[in-house]
Ligand binder design. Structure first.
Ligand SMILES: [Zn+2]
Length: 257
């Protein structure tokens, strides 16, 4: 058995390698686990490797096969997908940013104020249970969006607002690199808890939230990581209660399910 690390064995198209643009992949929810993460008799990269160093967008997340979604867990942690066969073991790069969207219920009308949703509680639970706790844990942010008002459609974000946001994010990244020599997202769990101290009130708030919503240790680690990033965006040197509170608010699914 041999081990290989395949950088570009079909993992990225020629055009993507030639250009400096990061890939954006949006596979259909009918994609199989092999199509999504790679595999096959002659191991080939999947969508997660095609999205390497870019974004993988999964629309209608609960509609994907459960096995396909669960197969994302390992590469989300390691940035690599390993495909083992009798004759060889192949490692494909898969350091992607996962962005996903889902409706609030199967019909999509729940909570929009129209009263059109007719989904039963059982149907709602079945729909939401397609997403496992360990998979949800791996999302840093879970945000509930309301229906987009028409005036926002006709009045999109200006170039100036977009540039200001990009500047703010860039400055936050610089602060992270100066402080730890690595981005918050890349800090190991152990390093995060060692290098990001929480004061007594912040720790108390996190413990209360964990008990109330039965949050896992992995989920609490994500909250601390997001809290550190919120503080970086505000140029605050320390993580305090408001940062932790905002990070908890940005996990709506754990509070819903
Ligand atoms: Zn509904």
């Amino acid at each position: 058995m041999c081990g290989k690390y395949c950088i570009d064995r079909g993992a990225r198209s020629v055009n993507e390698i030639a250009s400096s643009r990061r890939p954006f992949r949006a596979p259909h929810h009918g994609a199989s686990a092999v199509a999504l993460v790679g595999g096959g008799n002659r191991p080939r990269p999947g969508e997660i490797s095609l999205a390497h160093l870019g974004v993988l967008f999964l629309d209608e997340l609960p509609e994907f096969q459960r096995s396909a979604l669960e197969a994302l867990r390992q590469p989300l942690e390691t940035g690599v997908i390993t495909v083992a066969r009798a004759s060889e073991t192949v490692h494909f790069p898969a350091a992607f940013q996962l962005v996903a969207a889902m409706n609030p219920c199967p019909c999509g009308y729940l909570g929009d104020g129209s009263g059109r949703c007719r989904c039963s509680e059982t149907r709602l639970q079945t729909y939401r249970s397609r997403l496992s706790g360990p998979l949800l844990d791996r999302f840093d942010l879970q945000v509930e969006l309301s229906r987009v008002p028409l005036e926002h459609m006709t009045n999109p974000v200006s170039a100036g607002e977009s540039a200001a946001a990009a500047h703010s994010v860039s400055a936050a990244r610089d602060r992270q690199l100066i402080r730890h020599g690595i981005l918050n997202a890349r800090l190991s769990d152990r390093a995060l808890w060692q290098k990001v101290p929480l004061d007594r009130e912040g720790r108390r708030l996190l413990i209360r939230a964990a008990e109330r919503w039965r949050l896992s240790a992995r989920c609490c680690t994500r909250i601390l990581k997001v809290a550190r990033t919120i503080a970086d965006l505000a140029a605050d040197p320390d993580v305090t209660v408001p940062h932790v509170a905002e990070a908890i608010q940005l996990r709506c699914l754990e509070r819903l399910l």
